[in-house]
Design a protein around this ligand. Structure first.
Ligand code: WT7
Length: 647
């Protein structure tokens, strides 16, 4: 029996949404989406108020998603300017540096307005215009938020590349969206070490169009090489720039940003999010899921390089006039107490992190938590991967002292905001369950092979969504066909999430993990195909197949089967070399955990690699390999089992 944890009486009475209100609002969001979202859109400061609310189609051959299409607004004005009269001197962003000895910054809405306007004028002076793309490759410093909002202010489209990505990955994204400017910093301090961001950008720019400009923010003051005419000093230019920059009037459907994410095939795709629908959805979910009230100090530990940082560090909280904490460091530096020390120091009320961090900290012992004063914590959140019950229970009892509901938020880069989560004042929680759909979201469980909707429960199948919600991605940058093929082709008339799920006897949802060739490593999404193509790009590698396997801390680890070129000798040195190779091709997050030398890979007679078998061996569960008789050479399997790496 699963234990359920009902909301406290206090939360039930004080939360924005209690059970009765959820039921009523959810029902209306489905029966009358126009009325519901038209009302929700009142929370946005429109320049021109929309009259057309929803115009969406999941029909084959005509995938088209438009929300608030005749409305106009500016996202930066919504996140900053409209708060100035009422809360200009309130803190908007608390910035906590990597090194606890360095001073934290408290940036008010007024100051944010000045810095963002200046950055916007700097971008304009570099020739950035409405609709142009700007790549942001920055550490977790306030300038990352300034850069996002500066783009939004002038109608440029930003695309953030996580600072842990390699020069090659950066170059691919600069080229992929044809960016005019790359914003970077000298170095990114993290966990006491420094990543040479500008040097990485220099390497990347060698492979890009020569008129791409590079705007460099000073973070550490570390030395960088300088290319005159291409590189620009942000700090010098911002000091000179005007603090007045009128926000551009944007259509609700104009793209706000592109964010590259991995899929089961090919290169990462540029997920495109809109201006009006995205902001409306990010703001509402932030307020309701975290039960955010005025003056609360809210902390999401993600990096702005991921969608979580977009929606729940910057756009959602700031649209709500909130106080959002931005952390440059890592959970274990200087020691495993850092998260909790930051919570104590800034009196954090809502804390949102990933299961992988919880598992890592759980292993360090309770004292790191219990020595800190966490009495201001009210709501805990998790995101990025399924959370195992042990980690959930530890989070609940050791961190939350049994008093803070845990919102297990299921969503994706593509969805813009939470699609399923318990709401703190409305729903009971269950360790590991995403529980209930958010307003306007109609989850369905499909039979994987037939695609038939399964209505009864308990049941299990693949998770799809029946109709659009305002935060949904609009297209794949430059490739609408790929958008349709990826999300709407396998199951017609539904948005297919790529996840499997279970609906229990109470009708509550549990995410069971990806059902495609995407793996989830420490909450970071990784296409196995990407790691494979990095491996085979190495001169000594003939063939490679990559699968995930269960990993205690990371959730999933990266398991690689590698066939070497004729005449190449396997060795531990070569393993090291391949690991380094993948890190430089993609980035440290793609670093292989286990590399097995495979004289041959299990293939069908038509040459298709049987990944099911490779997954089973990697999981150390080779007793149930199923039918191997269709293999071209069944004997390769024995060799793979005998030499398996995960014992
Ligand atoms: C994939 C999306 C959206 C935020 C960060 C990840 C997995 C996400 C949960 C959760 C179980 C989850 C899914 C999803 N996932 N949240 N609460 N429970 N699984 O975004 O990189 O686009 O990855 O992360 O598999 O499809 P992303």
């Amino acid at each position: 029996m699963t234990t359920t944890y009902p909301p406290s009486d206090e939360l039930k009475s004080k939360a924005h949404v209690d059970a009765a209100k959820y039921d009523e609002m959810y029902a209306r969001s489905i029966s009358d989406p126009e009325g519901f979202w038209g009302d929700v859109a009142e929370r946005i400061d429109w320049i021109k108020k929309p009259t057309k609310i929803k115009n969406t189609s999941f029909a084959p051959g005509n995938i088209s998603i438009k929300w608030f299409e005749d409305g106009s607004l500016n996202v930066a004005a919504n996140c900053i300017d409209r708060h100035l009269a009422t809360r200009g001197d309130q803190t908007a962003i608390i910035w906590e540096p990597d090194d606890p000895e360095e001073a934290a910054q408290y940036i008010t809405y007024k100051e944010l307005h000045g810095s963002v306007s200046r950055m916007a004028n700097v971008l304009k002076s570099l020739g950035v215009e409405r609709g142009d793309r700007v790549i942001i490759y920055l550490p977790m410093i306030p300038e990352a938020a300034y850069a996002m909002l500066a783009c939004a202010r002038i109608g440029a489209i930003h695309s953030i590349v996580f600072a842990g990505f390699s020069p090659d990955a950066l170059a691919a994204r600069v080229q992929g969206c044809d960016a005019k400017v790359v914003i970077t910093a000298d170095e990114a301090p993290r966990g006491g070490r420094k990543t040479p961001l500008k040097t990485n950008a220099d390497k990347a720019l060698l492979h890009c169009d020569e008129d791409v400009k590079c705007l460099v923010v000073k973070r550490t003051g570390g030395q960088t090489t300088w290319v005159d005419g291409r590189d620009f000093d942000y700090n010098a230019m911002a000091a000179e720039a005007s603090a007045d920059c009128p926000p551009a009037e944007m259509n609700a459907e104009d793209p706000l940003f592109i964010l590259y994410t991995s899929g089961s095939t090919g290169q990462p795709k540029g997920v495109v999010h809109s201006t009006g629908g995205y902001l409306t959805y990010a703001a509402l979910t932030h307020e309701v899921t975290f039960d955010y009230h005025d003056g609360d100090v809210y902390w999401c530990t993600a990096d702005v390089g991921w969608v979580t940082g977009h929606s729940y560090i910057v756009y959602g909280p700031l649209a709500n006039g909130g106080i959002t904490l931005m952390f440059e460091g890592v959970p274990t530096y200087p020691d495993a107490s850092r998260f909790w020390q930051v919570c104590e120091k800034h009196k954090v009320n809502q804390f949102y992190t990933a299961p992988t961090a919880i598992r890592a900290l759980m292993g360090q012992g309770e004292e790191f938590v219990t020595k800190c004063d966490l009495s201001d914590l009210r709501i805990l959140g998790t995101v990025g991967e399924p959370i195992n019950p042990e980690a959930w229970n530890w989070y609940n009892t050791v961190v939350g002292k049994g008093k803070c509901p845990i919102v297990d938020t299921w969503w994706q880069t593509e969805t813009g905001g939470h699609l399923m989560t318990p709401l703190p004042g409305a729903h009971a929680t269950k360790p590991g369950a995403a529980m209930k759909p958010f307003f306007g979201v109609q989850p369905v469980v499909l039979e994987p092979t037939t695609g038939e909707e399964i209505h009864e429960f308990p049941t299990e199948g693949v998770l799809a969504i029946k109709d659009s919600w305002p935060g949904q991605m609009r297209t794949v940058w430059g490739d609408h066909e790929r958008f349709e093929k990826t999300y709407f082709a396998d199951y017609k008339n539904y948005y297919f999430s790529g996840d499997g799920c279970r609906r229990d006897a109470d009708g509550d949802y549990w995410i069971t993990g990806r059902v495609d060739d995407v793996i989830n490593v420490s909450g970071h999404r990784m296409g196995t195909a990407e790691v494979e193509s990095a491996l085979v790009a190495h001169e000594k590698v003939a063939e490679a197949a990559v699968v995930g396997y269960p990993h205690d801390i990371k959730g999933q680890g990266i398991y690689c089967y590698v066939t070497l070129m004729n005449g190449e000798e396997p060795s531990d040195d070569l393993r090291k070399e391949l690991r380094t190779w993948v890190r430089t091709e993609i980035g440290p997050i793609a670093s292989p955990d286990l590399i097995q030398w495979a004289p041959g890979l299990p293939k069908t007679r038509s040459g298709k690699i049987m990944r099911r078998i490779l997954r089973k061996i990697a999981e150390n569960d080779y007793g149930a390999l199923g039918d191997t008789s269709t293999l071209a050479d069944p004997s390769v399997v024995d060799d793979l089992i005998e030499n398996r790496m995960n014992r």
